[in-house]
Design a protein around this ligand. Structure first.
Ligand code: KG4
Length: 340
């Protein structure tokens, strides 16, 4: 089955052609990061307009690089939630038009489920069930992945996502947008215990997380140093931040995996590209005799191949949308409807 997949949930226009769920025939990406860097973060309307400007040419390119024509498409999968509403609407409406004109099914895909599915592409033998940690720019959660479409969130950030914490700290430090990769690079020469940062625990909810206090605490340290004319050790600040985020994520994942009886941990989302977090997961999994799956860097961030992959499993589970499909800025995985 050939699935033509689209993702326009934030500032990347992504189109892919995926065969039978896991074979990526092409995956094209247009990142608007340089444009939004001028403003220190994503400007929603600019993101929408750039999706409109790019989506047709990128679709042609994806088909060309897959060696196919539009008549080979068996279904169209698209991210319909969560994300920036104007940006999502571009992909959703393009997908609707394509599915209508080709008379093929339209498959709505939840973006977070797509991030999890990136691992099915990277690891052809990986199958649910497993424990999954998703850490991206907009979401941070721990999920019991019982089946390809049966996913139960067992812990989530009560406030900011981990990626938001990296991005905002980087902005205050003047490291540009997106901040995660810049902080990761800066952290390599730093001392990770120079700054003692808060690592919150939420009473009664062992798998819930909070990154907002951590973000504010780092930003306050930076402002205080600036006011006192003190020099900040940016590399050590970046290393201490990465260590703290890792200390929030990794132990929760190990304990949750044990509680749910899994010996497989999967990590997904843009923040899974972080070198410290990756290294800590590798060590913790090995220390606890667990198998670890983290996508290669090109599959951590937003892409449409992961949407095509998850779309395949959603379609197999009977999910498809009518032409009334609407985009939604936020939808919990539990509320991702079976038929729309
Ligand atoms: O998954 P993603 O591409 O978009 C969403 O679905 O949100 O994640 C983007 C986030 C941004 O916050 C970015 O700064 C962060 O992932 N990120 C990183 C790294 N690479 C990307 N954060 C920390 N370290 C990195 N190496």
């Amino acid at each position: 089955m050939i699935i033509f997949a689209l993702d326009s949930s934030c500032d990347e226009t992504a189109v892919a052609v995926v065969r039978n769920g896991r074979e990526v025939l092409s995956s094209e990406l247009y990142s608007q990061a340089d444009i939004h860097a001028l403003y220190g973060g994503v400007v929603p309307e600019i993101a929408s307009r750039n999706h409109v400007a790019r989506i047709v040419r990128l679709s042609d390119l994806a088909l060309k690089n897959a060696g196919l024509t539009k008549h080979d498409i068996d279904a169209v999968a698209v991210t319909y939630t969560p994300g920036l509403i104007g940006a999502l609407l571009v992909g959703v409406n393009f997908a609707k038009g394509l599915s209508l004109s080709l008379d093929v099914p339209l498959i709505p895909v939840h973006h977070i489920k797509g991030h999890i599915a990136a691992n099915y592409i990277a690891y052809p033998d990986l199958k649910p069930p497993f424990l999954c940690v998703v850490v991206s720019g907009g979401n941070s959660l721990i999920a019991d992945v019982r089946g390809y479409t049966d996913i139960c969130v067992v812990g989530r950030s009560r406030d900011d996502a981990a990626g938001e914490c990296f991005d905002k700290v980087a902005r205050v430090l003047g490291l540009g947008y997106p901040g995660g990769p810049a902080l990761d690079n800066a952290s390599r020469s730093g001392n990770d215990s120079l700054y003692n940062l808060p690592c919150p625990v939420i009473a009664g909810s062992p798998y819930d997380m909070s990154f907002s206090g951590l973000k504010t605490s780092v930003i306050n340290l930076i402002h205080n140093a600036n006011q006192k004319n003190e020099t900040l050790d940016i590399a050590s600040m970046a290393a201490s931040l990465a260590r703290t985020v890792s200390e929030i994520l990794v132990p929760r994942a190990i304990v949750a995996a044990s509680e749910f009886g899994y010996d497989k941990i999967v990590v997904a989302g843009g923040v899974a590209a972080n070198s410290r977090i990756r290294a800590d997961f590798v060590k913790a999994a090995s220390d606890n005799d667990m198998e670890l799956f983290i996508p290669p860097l090109y599959l951590c961030g937003d892409n449409a191949a992961m949407i095509g992959c998850q779309g395949f499993y959603e379609y197999a589970a009977g999910k498809k949308a009518s032409v009334t499909l609407d985009a939604k800025a936020t939808t919990d995985i539990e509320n991702d409807l079976t038929v729309i």
